[in-house]
Ligand binder design. Structure first.
Ligand SMILES: *Cc1c(COP(=O)(O)O)cnc(C)c1O
Length: 388
């Protein structure tokens, strides 16, 4: 018999009733160290006092008004994002998937308005994840996401992540290239520096728009506000979500004035996107996370964590193969099945998240303490010993 909740997830039999910082309390009162943060969402931990304050203050004033009116909280967050990035303009969504959907529409409309309506092909990469909408699964093309959902939205093709030679496929017929500078679901795969620079150059030569999906790697996670800053290249369009709301459903598409030029009045909309409540919370997240001192701390913690994890891998070569990632976007490539490692973590009350390529992800709150990072490694050490 089907469950009241549509059974699309293989859920662990744990339910949480409360969270504080990097710790979650389960129904039975036991505590878990959260190294998943709702998949890179709770960037300031659970029940962050600053965000509780921002949310309750706004909730007492105004939750929702339609986008047929000006929304000052939305203008404030958009301005903060524009000032901090390459972008000239922002559209707010409720999720990363919706951001992907708009990015695809923006690309197509751009070429339509430039008098090249047939220029629709968008390249994505193997291992990519852009969400679960019809456009997003067509972009990824991964068998497990697309099978049975055809016919897929046409106009997508795939290139090999990290392969500079493969970029020759980008021509003046290419509408856009969509890529996560650091793949999340794909197994914490960081794009090689020369590859991402070559990709920007290929897009510049052909006019193809470059779309970065920073839904998982953005918003301070790598120690820069956005991961592409490590490479010194900027996109024309960027998708953001997950961390930007700190746990409130919020996403955004950022774009240059030129890339956004087709999106005039009436071409796109959202009932909830950019509501006062979400944007008041997002503005507080941005204010905290974009502080250079905060970002420097993420970098320092990332280095501290990595050093400890290298030790963990060295002492359990039968369980782990390597540490991947940047800052607090971390992957442990496993020798044992990653699902077994995640389960062994549950037994030690440390929460991790599986990914493709047999990787276990560690995506803690960005304000996690050194003590909790060390505690997580101790627990993973016990989990690995139990597996061996
Ligand atoms: C999670 C994710 C998405 C989809 O975001 P949702 O909020 O789940 O719709 C898109 N791209 C990347 C890189 C993601 O990690």
């Amino acid at each position: 018999m089907i469950t009241p909740v549509l059974p699309t997830y293989n859920r662990a039999p744990i339910a949480f009733v409360e969270g504080k910082g990097s710790w979650l309390t389960a129904e039975d009162g036991s505590r878990y160290l959260d190294m998943g943060a709702g998949i890179a969402v709770n960037v300031l931990g659970h029940a962050a006092p600053e965000l509780v304050e921002a949310m309750t203050a706004q909730a007492a004033k105004l939750w929702h008004v339609s986008n047929v009116y000006r929304i000052p909280e939305q203008e404030k967050l958009a301005t903060a994002l524009v000032e901090a990035t390459f972008a000239d303009t922002v559209f707010f969504t409720n999720s990363g998937t919706e951001a992907a959907e708009l990015a695809v529409k923006m690309v197509r409309k751009y070429w339509y308005e430039k008098g090249q309506p047939d220029r629709i092909e968008i390249f994505a990469f193997d291992g990519a994840f852009h969400g679960r909408s019809a456009a997003a699964i067509a972009a990824s093309g991964a068998e497990k996401m697309v099978k049975g959902f055809g016919p897929l939205l046409p106009g997508f093709a795939r290139l090999a992540f990290g392969d500079i030679d493969g970029l020759k496929a980008i021509t003046d017929k290419t509408a856009a290239v969509m890529i996560e500078p650091m793949q999340g679901e794909g197994g914490i795969r960081v794009a090689p520096d020369a590859f991402l620079k070559a990709l920007r150059a290929a897009c510049d030569e052909t006019g193809a728009l470059l779309v970065f999906d920073e839904v998982q790697c953005g918003v301070g996670r790598t120690g820069k506000l956005f991961a592409h800053e490590w490479f010194g290249v900027t996109p024309d369009i960027m998708m953001v979500a997950k961390g930007i709301g700190g746990g409130f459903p919020l996403g955004a598409v950022l774009a240059t004035e030129d890339a956004a030029s087709g999106m005039v009045v009436g071409t796109h909309g959202s009932t909830y996107g950019g509501n006062p409540l979400g944007c008041a919370i997002g503005a507080r997240v941005m204010q905290i996370v974009s502080d250079p001192a905060f970002l420097a701390e993420v970098g320092r913690k990332g280095a501290f964590f990595r050093q400890k994890l290298e030790g963990l891998v060295a002492s359990h070569p039968d369980v782990f193969e390597e540490v991947r990632g940047q800052g607090l976007l971390v992957g442990l490539k496993c020798v044992k099945p990653a699902t077994d490692v995640v389960a062994a973590g549950y037994a030690q009350h440390v929460l991790t998240i599986g990914a493709a390529d047999n990787v276990v992800r560690l995506l803690p709150a960005l304000n996690i303490t050194d003590e909790d990072l060390a505690e997580a490694v101790d627990r993973l050490d016990r989990a690995a010993s139990a597996l061996a």
